[in-house]
Write a protein that binds this ligand. Structure first.
Ligand code: ADP
Ligand code: MG
Ligand code: MG
Length: 923
C-alpha cells in the first residue's frame, strides 16, 4: 500500500489531528483539530510534508499516486461545497496555503481566490449579485498568483492600484468602484503578461497545480533557508500545502477578516485581544492597509458573530490549554475560523499567563514551570528600552550583560568618575577593552561598551557581576583615544555625545532612548516558589560585595558560591596598599632566602670566615628592613579592610554558606601601569620612579594566565593568604558574637597538585586555630578547592583526601582544556562558530563533550575518596540553563551565578529536575 499523502478535513470530521504537526504542518494539523472540535472551518485537504520531502529527494518529482489522491480529495471537496473548480456554472474557489511544523512567518506564501477565470467572474456576479466583491477578489488573486507563483513583484501591481486610488482621490481600496476594479484587473493582466511572457492562466486546474508547485518550491527559497538557519529550525521534512474552500470577508459591510489572541500577549491580562477589518480579505489587517478596529467593537457591530467568536476562542484555549493566536473571517454574518496556533508573548505576559492558568485549573504547576524560557527572565530584571521608542541603531556587539543604558560617551575610567561624581552626569564608558584599573569608572558608568573581547572578557564578567549593562566586542566601532572619538560607518561620535546601549541585544544607538523600569511582580515570585519546590540543585551567587550579596539574596540565592577577594582590593584607597604589598613582596622573599642561607653558612663556617659572614648577614638584614616594613604595613592596612568586608558579607548572608576564594589573579593586574600611578607609588613608598618601574617590569610575565597566580601566590608569599585567613576567621568570630550564623568555606584557587593543597590547608588551619584560641570561640568552616585545571580533575581522588568541597571554576577549566585564552577569544571564536567548527562559544555554554568530561571525572574521583563531597560550579556557566541541566545530571549540589541570573538558575534547575528526576541522574 502506498503511503497516504493527502488528509481531508470538513463537515465536522477530519483525517488529521493536532498532534500530527510533523506530517501536516502546524496550520494543517490545527485546521483538522478545529474541524474535529465542531468549529466552523471551511473544508479542504492537506498535502503532507512527506510529499515536500520526497519532491526534493527525487529531483523535484512528486511521488507516484499523488495526483490521483489530490483528484479524489478535490472531488470530495467539490461535492461537499456543491461547486466545482473550473465549472463555469458553479465555480469553486480555493486558497492554497503553505504551513510547516514550525512557524516561519512571512517566509512562504499563500494564494487566495484561486479558481477565478472570466467565466467564473460572470457566474459569481450573477450568483452573489455583488459585482464589486467579485472584481476585488479577482484583482487580489492576480496579485497573489503573480507574486507567489510567478515571482512578479507585488510592487508592480501595487503601483497600478495606487495610481487608480490617486485618480479617484480615495485613500482606501474599499472606496474603489466596480468599474475601477475592472480596469485594474485588465492592467494587472497586462503587467502579468509583460513580466512573465505568458497569458494569465484561465484553467483553474493549471492554476492549482502551479500554486501547489510554488508552495513546495518556496520551502527552499533562500529567504526560508536563511530563516531556518537563523532560528535553528532543524529536522523538518518540509512544508505542507493546504487547499481550502474560500470564504469571503470582502463581500461588503457584513463581512470582515480579523486576527485575535485569547489573552493579551503583551501584558498577559486575561482579556480578549485582537483586531478586525470590515470588508477585507486575508492579511489586510496585518498589512496595515487600513487601520483595523479593536475586537471589542465587533460586539457592537455584529453582536451575534462576536458571541460565537468568544465561544470558539474559549473552546480553543481550553482545548489547547494555552493562549491561542487565531485568524478568522466573517462572510455575510457567518463566522469561519481559518487558523489557530500557540500565541507568541512577552516574558511578562508568559509569566502572568502561566500563573493564571494554574490558578484557573487549566494547567498544573509543572507545565507552568516548563513553559517559561529561563533566559527570558532577564528581561524582567533589568530596565529595558521602551519598545515604542524610536531607535537609530549604529552598531551591534555582543549582548554581554543585560540592561538598557543611556549616557554621555567617555573614553577613560578617570573621566567616568569625574563626570559622574563632579558633574553628576550619566556616562557610558567606551573602551577598546577594560582592565582592572578601570573598575572605579565601570562602577559609576551606566553602561560599558568595548570594541574587543568576548562574553567572558574582563568588561563582560565584571559588568555581569555588577549587574551593569555591557555591550562587548563591538568590532565595527573604531575608538581613537587621542581625539576622544569613535567612528562607525562614517559617523563620528565625540566625548560627551549621548548614546544608548542595549545589553540584551548588543545594539548601540545614537542619542537618548527612553527606558521603562522593571517590577518584580507577584506572579514572578509565585512562579519562582513553584520552581523551588521541584528543583534539587541549590542556587548560590557569585558576589564580591555586600550590595551584590543583598541583591542576590533578594532574588533567592541560598549562599555565596564565589566571593572573589581581589575585587575588594580595588575599592576606595586600598589599591595603593595592595600595590605596596606586591611591589615589596619579592624583595622580602629574596632577602629572607638570603638570610636563611647565610645563617646556615655561618653555622658551618670556620673561625676565620665568621666575621665576613656576620657582616654580610647584618648588611642583608638591614636591607630587609625597608621592604619588610612596607610589606607588613601594607598587610596590616589590608587586614582590617578585608575583615570589615567579610563581616558585612557574613551579616548579609546570615545563616547561609559563603565561599571565599583567596587572592587569585596574576599580580601584574594590580600593578600601576600608568606613569601617574607609578609616581604616586614612588611617593608613598619613598623610592624613586625608576625603582618602581624596575619592580613593575620584574613582575612582568609572558603568559600571566599560566603564570604566578592563584595558590602559587600563597606558596611564594604565604603572608598574603595568612592575612586573608585571619581576616575571615576574625570576621566570623565578630559577627557570631552578635548572633549571626556564619559558615565560611575557604577556597584555594588554581590547585594542580595534592601537595600544594595540603600545604596551604595546613596553614589555614594553623592560623584559624590561632585566631579562634585568641577569641575563645569556635567557628565551623571548611577548606576546599576550585577544580579549574585539567590536572586537578584527573587527580581529584587525591585532592579530595584533604579538600572538603569542590567548586568547578569552568572559566579557567575551559581555557585550559581548549587552550583558548579567554581574553582573546573574540578574534577567532566567531569564525569557529561561523564555520561550524564550534556550535557555541564554550565560555558561554559549557562544552560538555570535552570540558564536561573533566567535570564528570572530577566529581566521580572526588566522591570515590570522600562520598559526601560537596560539589558546585562557579564559572560563568553557572547561570546558563543548558549547563545547569548538565550540572543537575552529573549530580552537583549547587550552581553559583551572578546575582541577576539567580532567578534564571532557579527556574532552569527546576526544569532540569522535571526533565530528569534525580533518581535517574548519576549521583
Ligand atoms: P500565513 O501563514 O502567512 O498566516 P495563511 O495561509 O494563514 O498565511 O493565509 C493568510 C490569510 O489568508 C489568512 O489569515 C486568512 O485571512 C486568509 N485565508 C487563507 N485561506 C482562506 C480561505 N480559505 N478563505 C478565506 N480566507 C483565507
Ligand atoms: Mg504570510
Ligand atoms: Mg495565517
Amino acid at each position: 500500500m502506498s503511503p497516504k499523502y493527502v488528509y481531508f478535513f470538513g463537515n465536522g470530521s477530519a483525517e488529521g489531528r493536532a498532534d500530527m504537526k510533523h506530517l501536516l504542518g502546524g496550520k494543517g494539523a490545527n485546521l483538522a483539530e478545529m474541524t474535529n472540535l465542531g468549529i466552523p472551518v471551511p473544508p479542504g485537504f492537506t498535502i503532507t510534508t512527506e510529499v515536500c520531502d520526497a519532491y526534493y529527494k527525487n529531483n523535484q518529482q512528486y511521488p507516484k499516486g499523488l495526483s490521483e489522491e489530490i483528484e479524489q480529495n478535490l472531488s470530495r471537496l467539490e461535492k461537499l461545497m456543491g461547486a466545482k473548480l473550473g465549472d463555469p456554472d458553479n465555480p469553486l474557489l480555493v486558497s492554497v496555503r503553505s504551513g510547516a511544523a514550525a512557524s516561519m512567518p512571512g517566509m512562504m506564501d499563500t494564494v487566495l481566490n484561486l479558481g477565478l477565470t472570466p467565466d467564473a467572474v460572470n457566474r459569481l456576479m450573477k450568483k452573489t449579485g455583488n459585482e464589486r466583491f467579485v472584481w476585488d477578489a479577482y484583482r487580489r488573486f492576480i496579485t497573489m498568483f503573480g507574486d507567489v507563483v510567478m515571482g512578479v513583484e507585488r510592487h508592480s501591481f501595487e503601483e497600478i492600484l495606487d495610481k487608480y486610488k490617486k485618480k479617484a482621490q480615495v485613500k482606501s481600496d474599499t472606496e474603489l468602484t466596480t468599474d475601477q476594479l475592472k480596469k485594474i484587473v485588465e492592467e494587472f493582466k497586462a503587467v502579468y503578461k509583460k513580466k512573465t511572457r505568458e497569458n494569465f492562466p484561465n484553467d483553474p486546474k493549471v492554476q492549482l497545480k502551479k500554486a501547489i508547485d510554488a508552495v513546495f518550491a518556496s520551502w527552499n527559497n533562500p529567504r526560508a533557508v536563511k530563516y531556518r538557519q537563523l532560528y535553528e529550525i532543524k529536522g523538518l521534512l518540509g512544508t505542507a500545502v493546504n487547499v481550502q474552500a474560500m470564504v469571503f470577508g470582502n463581500m461588503g459591510n457584513h463581512s470582515a477578516t480579523g486576527v485575535c489572541f485569547t489573552r493579551n500577549p503583551s501584558t498577559g491580562e486575561n482579556k480578549f485581544y485582537g483586531e478586525f477589518l470590515i470588508n477585507a480579505q486575508g492579511e489586510d489587517v496585518v498589512a496595515g492597509i487600513r487601520t483595523p478596529e479593536p475586537i471589542a467593537n465587533l460586539e457592537k457591530e455584529m453582536p451575534e458573530v462576536y458571541k460565537q467568536l468568544v465561544k470558539y476562542k474559549n473552546i480553543l484555549e481550553n482545548h489547547f490549554k494555552d493562549v491561542q493566536d487565531i485568524e478568522f473571517t466573517i462572510q455575510e454574518n457567518r463566522l469561519f475560523m481559518l487558523q489557530t496556533r500557540t500565541g507568541k508573548r512577552t516574558t511578562q505576559a508568559a509569566v502572568k499567563i502561566a500563573v493564571d492558568m494554574v490558578k484557573e485549573g487549566l494547567i498544573d504547576k509543572k507545565t507552568a514551570i516548563s513553559r517559561i524560557n529561563p533566559n527570558e527572565l532577564d528581561q524582567l530584571l533589568h530596565p529595558t528600552f521602551d519598545p515604542k521608542a524610536k531607535k537609530e541603531i549604529i552598531a551591534a556587539g555582543l549582548p554581554a550583560s543585560p540592561g538598557a543604558a543611556t549616557g554621555k560617551v567617555v573614553f577613560s575610567a578617570e573621566d567616568a568618575e569625574k563626570w559622574t561624581l563632579e558633574k553628576k552626569e550619566k556616562v557610558i564608558l567606551v573602551r577598546k577593552e577594560t582592565s582592572p584599573e578601570d573598575i572605579g569608572g565601570m562602577h559609576v558608568a551606566k553602561g560599558i561598551l568595548t570594541t574587543r573581547g568576548g562574553m567572558t572578557s574582563h568588561a563582560a564578567v565584571v559588568a555581569r557581576g555588577m549587574g551593569k549593562c555591557c555591550v562587548a566586542g563591538c568590532g565595527s566601532l573604531h575608538v581613537d583615544y587621542k581625539t576622544q572619538t569613535f567612528k562607525v560607518d562614517g559617523k563620528i561620535i565625540k566625548r560627551g555625545d549621548y548614546i544608548s546601549i542595549d545589553g540584551s541585544t548588543g545594539e548601540v544607538m545614537l542619542g537618548m532612548v527612553p527606558t521603562v523600569e522593571p517590577g518584580l511582580s507577584g506572579d514572578f515570585a509565585t512562579l519562582m516558589e513553584w520552581a523551588d519546590d521541584v528543583r534539587k540543585l541549590k542556587i548560590r551567587t557569585n558576589a564580591d560585595t555586600p550590595t551584590d550579596a543583598k541583591k542576590a539574596r533578594e532574588l533567592g540565592a541560598e549562599g555565596i558560591g564565589l566571593c572573589r577577594t581581589e575585587h575588594m582590593f580595588f575599592g576606595e584607597n586600598r589599591i595603593d596598599s595592595v600595590r605596596q604589598m606586591i611591589l615589596s613582596a619579592p624583595d622580602v622573599k629574596n632577602l629572607k632566602i638570603k638570610i636563611t642561607a647565610l645563617e646556615k653558612e655561618l653555622a658551618k663556617a670556620t673561625n676565620n670566615k665568621t666575621d665576613a659572614i656576620k657582616k654580610e648577614l647584618m648588611q642583608v638584614k638591614k636591607e630587609l628592613k625597608e621592604p619588610l616594613n612596607l610589606y607588613t604595613s601594607a598587610l596590616k592596612k589590608l587586614l582590617p579592610m578585608q575583615r570589615r568586608d567579610f563581616e558585612q558579607i557574613f551579616t548579609t548572608m546570615d545563616g547561609l554558606p559563603v565561599t571565599i576564594r583567596f587572592l587569585d589573579p596574576p599580580l601584574h593586574e594590580f600593578l600601576p601601569q600608568e606613569e601617574y600611578n607609578q609616581k604616586e607609588m614612588a611617593r608613598q613608598m619613598k623610592i624613586s620612579l625608576k625603582e618602581v618601574q624596575e619592580k613593575v617590569s620584574a613582575l612582568h610575565e609572558l603568559n600571566p594566565m599560566l603564570g604566578h597566580r592563584g595558590c602559587r601566590l600563597g606558596i611564594t608569599y604565604p603572608e598574603i593568604y595568612d592575612m586573608q585567613v585571619q581576616a575571615i576567621i576574625e570576621a566570623a568570630c565578630n559577627v557570631k558574637k552578635k548572633g549571626i550564623a556564619v559558615y565560611p568555606e575557604i577556597m584555594l584557587p588554581i590547585i594542580s597538585t595534592e601537595q600544594e593543597f595540603n600545604l596551604l590547608k595546613d596553614n589555614v588551619h594553623r592560623i584559624a586555630k590561632n585566631v579562634m584560641e585568641k577569641k575563645g570561640m569556635q567557628i565551623e568552616y571548611m577548606v576546599g578547592t576550585m577544580i579549574e585545571l585539567p590536572r586537578a580533575a584527573l587527580i581529584a581522588d587525591k585532592i579530595a583526601k584533604h579538600a572538603e568541597f569542590f567548586s568547578f571554576g569552568t572559566n579557567d577549566l575551559t581555557q585550559m582544556t581548549f587552550g583558548f585564552s579567554r581574553d582573546d577569544v573574540g578574534s577567532f571564536v566567531p569564525d569557529y562558530i561561523e564555520k561550524g567548527i564550534l556550535e557555541k562559544d564554550p565560555f558561554q555554554i559549557l562544552d560538555q563533550e570535552g570540558t564536561g568530561q573533566l567535570v564528570e571525572i572530577g566529581i566521580k574521583k572526588g566522591r570515590s575518596t570522600r562520598p559526601e563531597l560537596k560539589v558546585g560550579i562557579c564559572g560563568e556557566h553557572g547561570g546558563n540553563p543548558q549547563t545547569i541541566l548538565f550540572c543537575h545530571k552529573v549530580g552537583m549540589n549547587y550552581v553559583s551565578c551572578s546575582p541577576f541570573r539567580v532567578p534564571i538558575a532557579r527556574l532552569a534547575a527546576a526544569q532540569a529536575s522535571l526533565q530528569q528526576p534525580v533518581s535517574q541522574a548519576t549521583v
